[in-house]
Ligand binder design. Structure first.
Ligand SMILES: Cc1ncc(COP(=O)(O)O)c(C=O)c1O
Ligand code: FES
Length: 417
């Protein structure tokens, strides 16, 4: 027999033998209220929302349409502009490949940014292999791009610009509203990956001139494996479908809809809309407490702009500490190293490298992302743990000794082999 829902979901996060979860940007725990809403659609209300001839189908269809409203409402869009997907990776593929292929007779140039998620960068790379051309903008050292640099990169054959709202590693918020204005003025389709933004940033698609926006449920306390793509109706944006079949979702994304997942996403986005104002204040206070605590350690650097940043992210580099050793030493908390989220490789984060961070600092970075179930005790425990472990690792580091002796390490001539 399984443990009761509440216990298995939230108490697990707080169980003494489990690390404290501080990796909310990798994924969030599902909110128990969301899980409760999903269960009937896994049990008695199992119908196929496309079944038109009986009540099982009708009730599933109603649930799907209610969830579409809930998602649309969080981002101030019309529910007819929401297309269900399996998550943000699929949403980005559909938006970028779909728009590029639909509009390719107008031009074949795409602009994006070096610090985008791989689910954008790899799609653009694939299009390059198919004959499109791409410009990858270099952000400033705070992680943000400027409108001037974007404008300078636009060519007569530019058809698509893709810039994320919130960066997954450093949490910085790009100037999406201004980018939208520029794109509209130039007649260029604007796609924005907002996977990391829902519930953290107010999104207003009626006001913002964004044509395509990608969402996912599992970063906002919903289930994994479901997401949505916003496709603007006025002015209408056209896409070439990437999945062909039964013609679901107005022909843009065939496949039987996963009703329970969709219901979960709708419930999660509704909670986000109702609670985000208060939640942002609470979480920001915790994040700032963490930042203040960690900044009492010597040679600590915050990565990314602190003013234009989501409230739950803190990404810091500990100079003279090897990131992987630190992660091993702090097993009592669950965090990501700067690079861990894109692959299992030990390469320094390409995002931090694009910001101009040295390999050493990029290697010694840790991303703390907190959330709905984080407490003040979690934060205080983390600060003490990090302080102790960083001091211990530095004790063993010859580079730290040299730094303390006032030797400028960058001037040392290392022997060549
Ligand atoms: C910015 C960003 N885009 C896209 C994705 C991929 O989302 P999904 O896991 O829903 O495919 C992620 C998740 O890691 C992300 O952080
Ligand atoms: S946060 Fe998305 S891959 Fe790490």
């Amino acid at each position: 027999m399984n443990a009761p829902l509440e216990k298995s979901l939230i108490d697990t996060l707080k169980a003494p033998h489990f690390p404290i979860y501080m990796d909310y940007s990798a994924t969030t725990p599902i909110d128990p209220r969301v899980a409760d809403k999903m269960i009937p659609y896994l049990r008695e209300q199992f119908g196929n929302p496309a079944s038109r001839s009986h009540m099982y189908g009708w009730s599933a269809e109603k649930a799907v349409e209610d969830a579409r409203e809930q998602v649309a409402k969080l981002v101030n869009a019309d529910s007819r502009e929401i297309i269900w997907t399996s998550g943000a990776t699929e949403g980005n593929n559909l938006a970028i490949k779909g728009a590029a292929n639909f509009y390719k007779t107008k031009g074949k140039h795409i602009i994006t940014v070096k610090t985008e998620h791989k689910a954008v960068l790899d799609v653009v790379r694939e299009l390059e292999r198919q004959g499109f051309e791409a410009t990858y903008l270099q952000p400033q050292d705070n992680g943000l791009i400027t409108i001037e640099q974007l404008e300078a990169a636009i060519r007569p054959d530019t058809i698509l610009i893709s810039v994320m709202l919130v960066n997954n590693e450093i949490g910085v918020i790009q100037p999406i509203e201004e980018i939208g204005e520029l794109c509209r003025q130039k007649g260029i389709i604007f796609h924005c990956d907002a996977a990391q933004a829902t519930g953290k940033v107010v999104i207003d698609l009626e006001k913002w001139k964004v044509d395509l926006m990608t969402f996912t449920a599992h970063k906002t306390y919903g289930p994994k494996g479901v997401g949505a793509l916003y496709v603007r109706r006025k002015p209408r944006v056209r896409l070439e479908a990437q999945m062909h079949g039964g013609g679901h979702e107005r022909g843009l994304r065939s496949g039987t809809l996963p009703t329970h997942q969709i219901v979960g996403m709708g419930a999660a986005f509704e909670i986000a809309r109702e609670e985000m104002d208060e939640e942002i204040v609470r979480i920001k206070a915790l994040r700032d407490r963490l930042a203040t605590g960690l900044q009492t350690i010597e040679e600590v650097y915050v990565n990314g702009d602190m003013a234009h940043r989501v409230p739950h992210n803190l990404n810091v580099s500990f100079n003279y500490v090897e990131g992987e050793s630190l992660i091993m030493a702090i097993k009592d908390i669950a965090v990501s190293s700067g690079s861990a989220c894109t692959s299992a490789s030990l390469e320094p984060s390409y995002v931090l490298r694009a910001l101009g961070r040295s390999d050493e600092l990029a290697h010694s970075s840790i991303r703390f992302t907190i959330g709905r179930f984080t407490t003040e005790e979690d934060i205080d425990f983390t600060i003490e743990l990090i302080k102790t472990k960083v001091a211990k690792l530095r004790e063993l580091s010859p580079l730290w000794d040299m730094y303390k002796d006032g030797i400028d390490i960058s001037t040392i001539q290392w022997a060549a082999h």
